[in-house]
Design a protein around this ligand. Structure first.
Ligand code: OTU
Length: 642
C-alpha cells in the first residue's frame, strides 16, 4: 500500500510523539540516550513509511509498530560499548568499505578450521593474505543431518555446538576486529529450519506460530501460486510446498522441504526477525549477508520474487539498523536477473551486493575467449549509486547459473538459450576441447535449465591439466585462475576469495560417499582445508605455489594503490575482442587477455596519462613497458598500467 507523503509525514510525527514516553522511560539510564533519541527522530519518518506500506492495512498496525520500536530500544540498551564506539567511528568514515585495502574471504568453519577456536588460529594467515572481511558460512544451530550447509537455521541465538558457543563467537569477533578483520555473518531471514522452536510449536498446533509461516489446509492456494513459481532445487526438492501430516497442512518451502518460508505479511514476524537481526549485530557482526532476498514476499499471480514489498522489508530493517547499530552493513544475496540484482543496492537498502553479473561473464569469457559480451554487459550494468559497492567474486559456495540478461545477449548477436546450453556443455567438460571439469547442478528437464558446480581451479582447467601432466596446460590453467581473480582484484568494489582458491584447490569428490551430501552436488566445490597443500604454498614450484604467489602478489599491489578504492571503473573497447579493459579512478588502465595467444592492441587507442616518454609502468611486473605502435599482451595475462 502507498500513502500520500504529506499525510505520512504528519502521521509519523504524531506516532513518534505517542511512542516516545515509553522509549524515554526505557532508555533513561543509558548514557547514550540522547544519541539514540536523535537517531530515532532522524530515521523514524523513513521507517514509518516502509512499515506502513507493509502493514498499514493490518488491524493492529500501530500496536505492532510500538512493540517493534520497543524491541529496537532493548537492542540498543544491550549494544556493548565497543560496538557503540564502532558505530560512531563508521559514521565518521562512511566509505570505509570502499578502501582498496578491503579484501574479502569466505569459508565454512567446520571444513576450514573445525571450529571457532580453529578459525582464531588462522588469523595470522588471514593477515598474511591481507583479508579484512571474513564471511563465516552459517554457523548457527541447525538440523543434525541435512541443514543445507547451515542455511536451515534452528536458532539464530545459538551457535552450532560442534563449532563452539556464542561466547566463542563474541571472542572471535573481537579478535578479528583487533586484527583489522570485519566479521560477516549470514542472516537467513527468508526461512527457518523446521526444527526451529517456532516451527516446532507450529507443528504442535499452536496457531500463533503457524501464522509465522505460510501454511495451507489444502492444495487450493498452493495450486494457485505454483504455476508462476520458479523451482529452485527441481532435482533434490521439487515444487515449492511440503505436506506435513502432523498438522495436515501444506507449508511453503521455496528451497528444501525442511526450510520453511517465513510469513512477512505478519507484523509479528517482522518484529521477531528484527530482534534476531539486532541480536546478531550486537554479537559483533559488521556485515550481514541477507540470504535469498528476492523471495521474502509472496503475492499470488506473480513469480513471488523481487516484489516491491521485499524491498520495503529491507529498507525498513535498514532504517531500524541506522538507529540501533549503524555500523552494520547489509549485503544483498540476489542471484537473479541483472536488473533485479541491481534493484536491492542503495545506501538505504543494501549497501553492498554480490556481483553475479561479473562472475557469470568472467566464466563466459574464459570459455569463449571473447570479451565483447562481458564488455557490453559491464558498460551497461556495472555502475552503482554512491556509497555502495559490489562484492566481486569468481565463485561462491553455490552453483554457477548463467544469469546474464538475454536482452544484453541479443544486443551483441547471442541467443541466450543456446548460449547457456553451450556454457553448460563447456563447463561440464562435454564440449570437445573444453578444459573444464565441472558437474551439473539441478538439471531441470522441463526447462532444460542447469547450473554448474566445481572449484575455480577445476573449472579453469587445472584438474584436467594435472591429470595429463602437460606443463603447458598446467601453466595455462594457473593463468586462467589468476586472470579472473585479477579482474576481481582490480575492478570497482570489494574482492572476495573463496578460501582454497588461492591455493588452486581442486574438486572434492568425497561428498559422494556421504549420503546426506551426495544428492547436492554443490559439496563438490566445498572441500576441507588441506594442511599439506597449505604448507606447500611458499615452498615448491608446483601449481599450488604458482597460484598462491601470483594471487598474493596481486593483492599486495592492489592494496598499495589508492586508485583501486571506490567504484569508478570505465570500460573501453580496444578493437580486440580477446581483451577486456577498463580504467580505474581515471588513472590505472587494466588490460586482460582472455585468449591462449598473444594479442596486439593499437597503442593509439590506449588512454595516455601524460606519459611523455611513451612508456607505461606495469604495476604487476614492476616494469616499464615500451609502447611502440602496438602493445602485445601475452596469453591469458594481465597488465595494470599506471
Ligand atoms: C542461498 O542461495 C544460499 O546461498 C544457498 O546456499 C541456500 O541453499 C539457499 O539460499 C537457501 O538458503 O538458490 O542455489 O536469488 O539464488 O538465495 C542457491 C537468490 C540459491 C537465490 C539464492 C539461493
Amino acid at each position: 500500500m502507498h500513502y500520500d507523503s504529506q499525510w505520512l509525514h504528519e502521521q509519523s510525527v504524531i506516532t513518534l510523539e505517542r511512542i516516545l514516553p515509553a522509549i524515554l522511560d526505557l532508555t533513561q539510564s543509558d548514557p547514550d540516550q540522547a544519541l539514540f533519541l536523535e537517531r530515532l527522530r532522524n530515521h523514524f519518518p523513513v521507517l514509518f513509511e516502509y512499515y506502513l506500506n507493509l502493514y498499514g492495512e493490518h488491524y493492529d498496525c500501530h500496536f505492532h509498530l510500538e512493540a517493534t520500536v520497543g524491541s529496537l530500544a532493548q537492542a540498543f540498551l544491550q549494544r556493548p560499548s565497543e560496538l557503540r564506539q564502532l558505530d560512531r567511528h563508521r559514521q565518521q568514515n562512511e566509505d570505509w568499505f570502499q578502501s582498496q585495502k578491503m579484501v574479502g574471504a569466505v569459508c565454512y568453519v567446520d571444513l576450514y578450521a573445525n571450529d571457532l577456536a580453529g578459525i582464531q588460529q588462522k588469523i595470522p594467515y588471514f593477515n598474511e593474505l591481507g583479508v579484512t572481511y571474513l564471511h563465516l558460512m552459517p554457523l548457527f544451530d541447525a538440523p543434525e543431518l541435512n541443514s543445507d550447509g547451515g542455511y536451515a537455521v534452528s536458532s539464530f541465538r545459538k551457535v552450532n555446538p560442534k563449532l563452539g558457543d556464542m561466547n566463542d563467537l563474541r571472542v572471535l569477533t573481537t579478535q578479528l576486529r583487533e586484527h583489522g578483520i570485519s566479521l560477516v555473518l549470514d542472516f537467513v531471514f527468508n526461512h527457518t529450519a523446521d526444527e526451529h522452536e517456532w516451527a516446532k510449536k507450529a507443528l504442535q498446533g499452536e496457531k500463533q506460530y503457524q501464522s509465522y509461516y505460510l501454511m495451507f489446509d489444502d492444495r487450493g492456494k498452493p495450486d494457485e501460486y505454483e504455476p508462476f513459481l520458479r523451482e529452485i532445487f527441481p532435482d533434490q526438492a521439487p515444487g515449492s510446498f511440503t505436506f506435513r501430516p502432523e498438522i495436515n497442512k501444506w507449508v511453503w518451502t521455496t528451497f528444501n522441504t525442511f526450510q520453511w518460508d517465513l510469513n512477512y505479511s505478519n507484523p509479528e514476524v517482522f518484529r521477531v526477525m528484527l530482534e534476531e537481526m539486532l541480536y546478531l549485530a550486537n554479537q559483533g557482526a559488521e556485515i550481514l549477508r541477507l540470504d535469498a532476498v528476492p523471495f521474502v514476499w509472496k503475492q499470488v499471480g506473480t513469480t513471488c520474487e523481487n516484489l516491491p514489498e521485499a524491498h520495503w522489508i529491507i529498507r525498513a530493517f535498514n532504517a531500524f539498523v541506522q538507529i540501533a547499530c549503524p555500523a552494520l552493513l547489509f549485503k544483498s544475496e540476489a542471484i537473479v536477473h541483472p536488473r533485479d540484482v541491481r534493484s536491492y543496492i542503495d545506501p538505504s537498502e543494501c549497501q553492498i551486493s554480490y556481483n553475479p553479473i561479473l562472475m557469470t561473464h568472467l566464466w563466459d569469457a574464459l570459455a569463449t575467449r571473447e570479451t565483447f559480451f562481458m564488455r557490453h554487459a559491464m558498460s551497461r550494468r556495472f555502475s552503482m549509486p554512491e556509497n555502495t559497492a559490489w562484492i566481486n567474486y569468481v565463485r561462491s559456495h553455490d552453483d554457477i547459473g548463467w544469469g546474464f540478461a538475454d536482452e544484453d545477449a541479443s544486443e551483441v548477436g547471442i541467443n541466450g538459450f543456446d548460449h547457456r546450453r553451450f556454457l553448460n556443455s563447456f563447463y561440464t567438460g562435454d564440449f570437445p576441447t573444453s578444459f573444464a571439469k565441472g558437474h551439473p547442478f539441478n538439471y531441470n528437464p522441463r526447462t532444460q535449465d542447469m547450473r554448474i558446480v566445481g572449484t575455480t581451479a577445476s573449472l579453469a582447467g587445472l584438474e584436467q591439466a594435472l591429470a595429463t601432466k602437460d606443463p603447458l596446460a598446467v601453466e595455462m590453467a594457473v593463468r586462467r585462475i589468476v586472470l579472473i581473480y585479477s579482474v576481481v582484484f582490480s575492478i570497482g568494489g570489494i574482492p572476495l576469495i573463496y578460501l582454497g582458491d588461492e591455493l588452486g584447490t581442486l574438486n572434492d569428490y568425497s561428498y559422494l560417499d556421504d549420503s546426506q551430501k551426495s544428492p547436492d552436488s554443490r559439496w563438490l566445490h566445498r572441500p576441507s582445508f588441506d594442511q599439506q597443500q597449505f604448507q606447500q604454498r611458499n615452498l615448491s614450484t608446483d601449481a599450488t605455489s604458482a597460484v598462491f604467489r601470483r594471487i598474493t602478489h596481486l593483492i599486495s599491489v592492489r592494496k598499495a594503490q589508492p586508485a583501486f578504492a571506490g567504484m569508478s571503473t570505465e570500460f573501453f573497447d580496444l578493437g580486440n575482442n580477446h581483451i577486456f579493459s577498463y580504467v580505474r579512478s581515471g588513472t590505472i588502465t587494466v588490460l586482460t587477455n582472455f585468449s591462449e595467444f598473444p594479442q596486439q592492441i593499437d597503442s593509439q587507442l590506449l588512454p595516455k596519462f601524460g606519459s611523455p616518454d611513451g612508456k607505461l609502468f606495469d604495476l604487476i611486473s614492476q616494469q616499464h613497458l615500451m609502447i611502440g605502435s602496438t602493445l602485445e599482451i601475452p596469453p591469458l595475462s594481465v597488465f595494470w598500467l599506471s
